[in-house]
Design a protein around this ligand. Structure first.
Ligand code: NDP
Ligand code: HEM
Length: 502
C-alpha cells in the first residue's frame, strides 16, 4: 500500500530496517502459498507467541503509578538514611497496588488484602517496602506461606475457589484470626486503592549516625479518607466493573487529583522490645498506638501513570531485601523468609538481570562484579575487572556500611521456642480488641454478615468440624462475636460443644 505520509515515523523490523507491507504476506501469485523470505510474518507471530510472562504467583492483578515522597519531619535521631537527612528532601517513588489471590484478569473488588508495594529511588540505592493495606498477616512463619496461598487459589480438582480450603486452613492456624477479622470487616473490600491505608507491616530497624538501633514499623495513612464497599456493594462491583480500582487510580491521576498518604512510623527501643507483652517481631500482632504513638515523617504523592503498563507495572520487581543504609531487617521470621523469596521469584519471572529493567534500576550508583546472563542490557562492566579482589579496579566494599552487631537472646536452635511467653501464642486479645474497641456497631454487623456469608460456603464431610473449630476462635476473641456468628450460621452452640468434646 502506498504511503505518502512523510511526517510519520517509518515502520521497521525489530532490527530497524524500514519495510513496506505490514498486512499482506508475500505469496506466489495472489492466491498461491506464502514465501518464507517474508520473515516479517514469522517475526510478528513469534513475538506474539512470547508476549506472556509468568504472572506473579501471588498479587497477580495490580496497577501502579510513579510519585514523590517528601520528608516533612525530622527523624534523624532514629536513622541515618540520607533520604531522611533533611526536612524537604524528596525522592521519586513507584507504587504498585494489587489484590492477592486472584489471577491477572480477576476482579478488583474481591475480598482480599491489598498489596501496597513501594519503591523509593534514593541515592543510597532503591529501598522497597513491600507491604499490604493491613498492619498484620495470616501467619507468622514463612514455612506456612505456600500452604496458605494454595488455599486462596483454586481447588486442584474443581479449579474453583474453595471456602472449605480457606476456612480449614484458618481454623487449623489460629494465628490467622486477627487478619481474618480485618479481612472480613469492610476493610477487606476497599472502595479503591486511593481510599485505604498502607503498612510496611513487618518490624524493621532504624540505625542512626551513632550506630544505635531501634525497631520501627511504617504506616501510610490515606489523605483521601478510608472508604470501603460493604459485602453486597463489592459483589455488585465485581460484575459492574472488574477493573474498578485500576480505573479509579488512572482517572484520578489523569485529572490531576493526585492521591496522597501521610507517612508515619512507630518506634520501639531495644529495651522496650524485651519487655513488650507480645513478640514485637510477630507479624500477626500490632503495636498499640497508645503505647507506641505514630510519629510523622512525610507525605507520599502519586502523580504519574506510566506510559506503558507492561514495561513499568508488570515488570516491576519489589523485594523486602532491598533496604538502604540506616534501615535494616529485624528477627521477624516472615521478613527473614521473604528476604530470599522475592529475588528468586523475579529471576524466574523476569530473568537474572531484572534489576536493569528501567522501573527496577537504581538511577544512582550500581557497581558490582555480576556479569553476563540473559538480557544483560547495560555495558556489562565494560573492560573493568570481573573478579574480586583484584589489583586494578576501584570497586571495593566499604566497611562504614556495616550495621551494628545483633545480640541474640538464645543459643538454642530448634523449631519451637521452649521459652515462648504467654503472649507469643495469644492469638485472641488483639482481634478481640479490634472488635470491642475499634469497630462501630455498623462495622460489627457487617463483619458478622461477611463472615456468615463466607463460612456458608464451607461444604463437604468436614463442614461441621471446620465451622465448630473456627467458631471456637471467634468465641475466644470475643463471646459476643462468637455468638453472633453462630446465630447467623444457625449453629446450636450446646450441640456444637457436645460434638467437639465427644
Ligand atoms: P487505636 O484505637 O489506636 O487504633 C485503631 C486502628 O484500627 C486505627 O489505625 C484504625 O485505622 C484501625 N481500624 C479501624 N477499623 C479497622 C478495621 N476494620 N480493620 C483494621 N483496622 C481498623 O487502637 P490500638 O492501636 O490500640 O489497636 C487496637 C486494634 O486496632 C488492634 O488490635 C488492631 O486490630 C487494630 N489496628 C491497630 C493498628 C496499630 O498499628 N496499632 C493498625 C491498624 C489496626 P484508621 O486510623 O485508618 O481508622
Ligand atoms: C508478591 C512471596 C508474604 C506482600 C509476592 C511474590 C512472591 C511472594 C513470590 C511475587 C513476586 C513477583 O513475582 O514479583 C511471599 C512469601 C511470603 C510473603 C514467601 C511469606 C513468607 C507477604 C507479606 C506481605 C506480602 C507478609 C505484606 C505484608 C506482597 C506484595 C506483593 C507480593 C504487596 C506484590 C508486589 C508487587 O506489586 O509486585 N510475594 N510473600 N507478601 N507480596 Fe509476598
Amino acid at each position: 500500500m502506498e504511503n505518502n505520509n512523510t511526517d510519520k515515523r517509518k515502520l521497521t523490523t525489530a532490527s530497524g530496517r524500514p519495510y513496506a507491507e505490514h498486512e499482506n504476506t508475500q505469496s506466489v501469485g495472489s492466491r498461491g502459498p506464502l514465501l518464507l523470505q517474508d520473515f516479517i510474518l514469522h517475526e510478528k507471530m513469534a513475538h506474539f507467541n512470547r508476549e506472556r510472562i509468568p504472572e506473579r504467583v501471588v498479587h497477580a492483578k495490580g496497577t501502579g503509578a510513579y510519585g514523590t515522597f517528601t520528608v516533612t519531619h525530622d527523624i534523624t535521631q532514629y536513622t541515618k538514611a540520607k533520604i531522611f537527612g533533611k526536612i524537604g528532601n524528596t525522592c521519586k517513588t513507584f507504587l504498585r497496588f494489587s489484590t492477592v489471590g486472584g489471577e491477572k484478569g480477576s476482579a478488583d473488588s474481591e475480598r482480599d488484602p491489598r498489596g501496597f508495594a513501594l519503591k523509593f529511588y534514593t541515592e543510597d540505592g532503591n529501598w522497597d517496602l513491600v507491604g499490604n493495606n493491613t498492619p498484620i498477616f495470616f501467619i507468622k512463619d514463612p514455612k506456612k506461606f505456600s500452604d496458605f496461598i494454595h488455599t486462596q487459589k483454586r481447588d486442584p480438582r474443581t479449579n474453583l475457589k474453595s471456602p472449605t480450603m480457606m476456612w480449614d486452613f484458618w481454623s487449623l492456624n489460629p494465628e490467622s484470626l486477627h487478619q481474618v477479622v480485618i479481612l472480613m470487616s469492610d476493610r477487606g473490600t476497599p472502595f479503591s486503592y486511593r481510599h485505604m491505608d498502607g503498612f510496611g507491616s513487618h518490624t524493621y530497624s532504624f540505625i542512626n549516625s551513632e550506630n544505635e538501633r531501634v525497631w520501627v514499623k511504617f504506616h501510610f495513612k490515606t489523605q483521601q479518607g478510608i472508604k470501603n464497599f460493604t459485602g453486597p456493594e463489592a459483589d455488585a462491583m465485581r460484575t459492574q466493573d472488574m477493573d474498578h480500582s485500576q480505573r479509579d487510580l488512572v482517572e484520578a491521576i489523569d485529572r490531576g487529583d493526585f492521591p496522597k498518604w501521610n507517612v508515619k512510623i512507630q518506634v520501639m527501643t531495644e529495651a522496650e522490645s524485651k519487655t513488650f507483652r507480645w513478640n514485637p517481631f510477630d507479624l500477626t500482632k500490632v503495636w498499640p498506638h497508645g503505647e507506641f504513638p505514630l510519629i510523622d515523617v512525610g507525605v507520599l504523592e502519586l502523580n504519574q501513570i506510566p506510559r506503558n503498563y507492561f514495561a513499568h507495572v508488570e515488570q516491576a520487581a519489589f523485594a523486602p531485601s532491598n533496604t538502604i543504609d540506616g534501615i535494616g531487617y529485624s528477627p521477624d521470621k516472615m521478613l527473614q523468609g521473604r528476604i530470599l523469596s522475592y529475588a528468586d521469584a523475579h529471576r524466574y519471572r523476569l530473568g537474572v538481570n531484572y534489576e536493569q529493567i528501567p522501573v527496577n534500576s537504581c538511577p544512582f550508583m550500581v557497581n558490582n562484579y555480576h556479569r553476563d546472563g540473559q538480557m544483560r542490557i547495560d555495558d556489562n562492566g565494560n573492560d573493568d575487572p570481573n573478579y574480586y579482589p583484584n589489583s586494578f579496579g576501584d570497586v571495593i566494599p566499604d566497611e562504614s556500611y556495616k550495621e551494628p552487631a545483633w545480640e541474640l537472646d538464645s543459643n538454642v536452635a530448634d523449631w519451637y521456642d521452649r521459652n515462648a511467653g504467654p503472649g507469643d501464642n495469644d492469638h485472641y486479645t488483639q482481634p478481640g480488641d479490634l472488635y470491642r474497641k475499634v469497630l462501630s456497631s455498623e462495622d460489627k454487623v457487617n463483619l458478622v454478615n461477611n463472615i456468615v456469608g463466607a463460612m456458608s460456603g464451607i461444604n463437604g464431610p468436614k463442614r461441621a468440624q471446620i465451622i465448630n473449630l473456627q467458631l471456637c476462635h471467634f468465641f475466644r476473641a470475643d463471646i459476643q462475636l462468637g455468638m453472633a456468628i453462630a446465630k447467623g450460621l444457625g449453629v446450636d452452640i450446646d450441640q456444637a460443644m457436645v460434638s467437639k468434646h465427644s
